[in-house]
Ligand binder design. Sequence first.
Ligand SMILES: NC(=O)c1ccc[n+]([C@@H]2O[C@H](COP(=O)([O-])OP(=O)(O)OC[C@H]3O[C@@H](n4cnc5c(N)ncnc54)[C@H](O)[C@@H]3O)[C@@H](O)[C@H]2O)c1
Length: 360
Amino acid sequence: MEIINLFGGIYQGKKIFLTGHTGFKGSWLSILLHELGAKVYGYALVPNTTPSLYNIAGVDGLVKSTIGDIRNYDFLLNTMHDVQPDIVIHMAAQPLVRESYKTPRETYETNVMGTVNLFEAVRHTKSVKVLLNVTSDKCYENKEWVWGYRENETMGGYDPYSNSKSCSELVTASFRSSFFNPSYYSKHGVAVASARAGNVIGGGDYAEDRLIPDFIRAISKGESVKIRNPKAIRPWQHVLEPIAGYLTLCEKLLKEGASFSEGWNFGSDDSDAKDVEWIIKKLCTLWGEGATYEIDPTPQLHEATYLKLDCSKAKTRLQWYPKWSVEKTLETIVKFNQSYKRKETLEKVCRDQINDFFFK
Ligand SMILES: NC(=O)c1ccc[n+]([C@@H]2O[C@H](COP(=O)([O-])OP(=O)(O)OC[C@H]3O[C@@H](n4cnc5c(N)ncnc54)[C@H](O)[C@@H]3O)[C@@H](O)[C@H]2O)c1
């Protein structure tokens, strides 16, 4: 099968309005959508890390990019209006827990009012048939359970980031009930869903205060990486896993509409929910060259210890399944960063990993 025919070939020629296209997940999704023959229209701020996957993989050349703030409703509406997209995927956000402790107001403004602005813009753009809001596994009220959260569990969030994503879910639910109600789908023709994914990792993430980028930064300076919460368990998954989930879901929303208009979990298999120290030990082994880690003894801001998702619904109704084990995922990260060190063409590295993911 050719890549263009994945997802029933529905992305060929479709106009996708993607917020957050300059970020880590947005860059991977832009490359994949380009491979699928879609026309991608990005809306986001300039990349806020150096390096950024967006720049090093040449994503700018694959999308029609608009640099704009999601908090600027008029500009967002005008931009979307000009595009008249078929599908809107909302990923623009302040995505970091520790940053949200420093800037709670900005986090809520971007993640909550940004979502409201996006929904309002969709409400006034008649071409849109599908709207997917990407939130987080952290949207659930965390009860430190050892088993996975299901989609019908209570929303919550201890820190401002997690809570803002929970609010973004509530905004989604309200707009869906009020303006895009599945019962009146034949009248409005817009299918609205949200996606909750776990700790996403992969080549090209350079964010502050995330485990893998912290490791890459430390190693490149010849230092040992400091880890904060060695026993925290997370559902680690390669970035292409939830992205494949989002595109499977959008395909269903486009073809079958309202019956898929709800929240969906996309997490790793139970066996890939590992603690932070396990991940970093494995990375050190794969990296070689004497890579080491140490545990940071200073008291840390609150972060949940256990967080797992139950993905039975996506597996049963979307036939979506995680593809890569956490070990394979870590291997691809090491390969990506070695290619970066050797100054290889990163766009090709991403395309090769995409091919490997879908066809091997
Ligand atoms: N990376 C993960 O582990 C993970 C896990 C669960 C959910 N998510 C969610 O996935 C999405 C993408 O995350 P990421 O890891 O790629 O983050 P990222 O920081 O790499 O990218 C964030 C994107 O949002 C844009 N953005 C931020 N503030 C904006 C604003 N005010 N106006 C317009 N654009 C703005 C940035 O420019 C960037 O394009 C986010 O919604 C995040 O909450 C990420």
